[in-house]
Ligand binder design. Structure first.
Ligand SMILES: NCCC[C@H](NC(=O)CCC(=O)O)C(=O)O
Ligand SMILES: NC(=O)OP(=O)(O)O
Length: 323
């Protein structure tokens, strides 16, 4: 394949329009021929470390690595690893068994690339917004690190989402993309919403974000988007509607609205006839998003999930070129 345009040390966030386009094109090439670079990662290993549950990210990242001839090894660190100590200088005379600086350095010595999932606590805003846990792995492992969803971002999901938008848009104008908050019963992280906004704006689409008052996201991710508190107004003439719950960012981690009328149904899209609907999954059916939408023609959710393989393959391939 062609030489890389923009080098990348770690894959943790949106970097540039150029790199975004390069990764989307690479992913689409892999989608049409998954075995295109099947010898590229021969003799190399990727460690996929999960501190939280996962279906798509866990499997798609392994498939992506295998398509490149790499060997993936998964560690469910939350269940199978030792309890990790994160604080520098801690006297470890309580529950934690192993310091992150020791564990991350060991993992770095075992693998050529590390991939880490580390969700936020949703109770400690400062630690979460600085991506403290994820950053410790980056700091101490000494190898390229891929985010499998950190406290603040989910870039492999966002890349798969942008690939899906690219495949489903042939209009001449910029597509109108709407990110709409949907109800949920639990406190949910901001990472998917932050990252989707960051990538959608970065890829130069028109983004409108709609949510109840009090659900404003961290502005560093939404600068450049239109914020519209009236959901029906926001949805008018939408080309893509991304549904996602997140907890309050200002009143950190709190649920401040449970209004069921925010759940997206076909009726909400009466002024957006051609709108396609997206969700990262897992989705709480008939709470966040109705069955009629998820099982209907508008839904892109299965395509998004499939594209996770090729998003990961493009990213791992890019990193392999720099090893
Ligand atoms: N990785 C994709 C989404 C992960 C997470 N969802 C969740 O925690 C759902 C949990 C539940 O529905 O009980 C989120 O939205 O950030
Ligand atoms: N969309 C997504 O990241 O799914 P998992 O949490 O199942 O990996």
């Amino acid at each position: 394949m062609a030489n890389i345009i923009q080098p990348l040390q770690h894959f943790t966030k949106f970097e540039s329009l150029n790199l975004g386009n390069e990764l989307i094109e690479k992913a689409l090439l892999y989608k049409s021929n998954p075995a295109l670079d099947k010898a590229k990662g021969a003799g190399k290993r990727i460690g996929c470390i999960f501190l939280n549950p996962s279906l798509r990210t866990r499997i798609s990242t392994q498939l992506a690595a295998m398509n490149l001839g790499m060997e993936p090894i998964v560690l469910n660190m939350d269940k199978e690893g030792w309890a990790l100590e994160m604080q520098d200088g801690a006297v470890m005379n309580r529950g934690t068994v192993e310091h992150i600086k020791d564990a991350a350095a060991v993992l770095g010595s075992y693998f050529d690339i590390l991939a880490i999932r580390a969700f936020p606590s949703l109770t400690n805003k400062e630690e979460d917004t600085s991506d403290f846990v994820f950053s410790q792995f980056v700091k101490y492992s000494g190898v390229p690190v891929v985010s499998l969803e950190s406290a603040t971002r989910h870039p492999l999901q966002s890349l798969a989402d942008q690939i899906t938008i690219r495949e489903n848009w042939s209009g001449k104008k910029k597509p109108k993309v709407v990110l709409t908050w949907g109800p949920h019963i639990k406190s949910i992280p901001h990472a998917v919403a932050n990252s989707f906004a960051e990538w959608t704006i970065g890829m130069d689409h028109e983004l409108t974000i709609t949510h109840p008052a009090g659900y404003e996201l961290d502005e560093q991710f939404t600068n450049g988007a239109t914020i519209e508190y009236n959901q029906s107004k926001a949805l008018e003439d939408a080309d893509f509607v991304y549904v996602k719950n997140w907890s309050s960012f200002n009143d950190y981690g709190k649920i401040i609205c449970t209004d069921a009328s925010w759940m997206l149904t076909d009726k909400h899209l009466q002024h957006a006839e051609n709108a396609k609907v997206m969700h990262c999954l897992p989705v709480r059916r008939n709470l966040e998003l109705s069955d009629e939408i998820l099982d209907g023609k508008r839904s892109l959710v299965q395509m998004q999930a499939k594209n996770r393989i090729f998003a990961a393959q493009a990213v791992i391939s890019h990193l392999l070129e720099q090893l």
